[in-house]
Design a protein around this ligand. Structure first.
Ligand SMILES: [Cu+2]
Length: 192
């Protein structure tokens, strides 16, 4: 891993700590809009990781992330929208927590650092492509409740999005770096 990336991973972790002092890396919670479904997110110090996704307007929301200078939404490791972070080697499960809307996870491009430079109209495939996190990876359509898997091998900063709902705010930053942790969560919808 480059020094720049290492510094970034630390900064990302520090931002998360500052926002949620005392919060442990692992969390179990009831997801917004789905009070009967309990989800446990296994975070970066384990060998597996979980990305949950849902249309921001369904409850997962968006977060105005000052570190990335971008509005991120639709993807999370915990309950609400947040920047994502995992160490290289993490096997990722992408779970669609929507009740009735299919989603995808596509890797759009790499980014050298903040700000997250999301393209205005990227080409996003709905056909599955690839098994590792790199530019061009496409999960294909993931039905409500279903999962797809991918392995995070190569360190880097990746911009991701949903092929169906990119223009409705399903875009996020995924950092693969040693020590990377998820960013602070967006505000719960009820408190906005
Ligand atoms: Cu979507």
């Amino acid at each position: 891993m480059s020094r720049k990336l290492a510094a970034l991973a630390l900064a990302l972790g520090a931002a998360a700590l500052a926002a949620c002092a005392g919060r442990s890396a692992d969390s179990t919670g009831t997801l917004p809009g789905m009070p009967a479904l309990q989800i446990t997110a296994q975070l970066p110090d384990g060998k597996t990781g979980t990305i949950m996704e849902e249309l921001p307007s369904e409850g997962i929301g968006t977060v105005n992330d000052s570190f990335w200078d971008a509005t991120l939404g639709g993807f999370t490791q915990e309950k609400y929208a947040q920047a994502l972070g995992f160490p290289p080697g993490t096997k990722l499960t992408i779970k669609n927590i929507s009740s009735d809307i299919s989603h995808t996870l596509n890797v759009i491009q790499k980014n050298s650092g903040p700000p997250a430079d999301f393209p205005s109209d990227p080409k996003l495939s709905t056909t599955p492509h690839g098994t590792t996190i790199k530019v061009g990876f496409a999960s294909g359509a993931i039905s409500p409740g279903a999962t797809a898997t991918v392995t995070a091998k190569k360190a880097g900063i990746y911009l991701i999005g949903c092929a169906f709902h990119y223009h409705e705010g399903m875009m996020d930053v995924l950092v693969i770096a040693k020590g990377a942790t998820p960013g602070p969560q967006g505000t719960p919808p009820a408190l906005r």
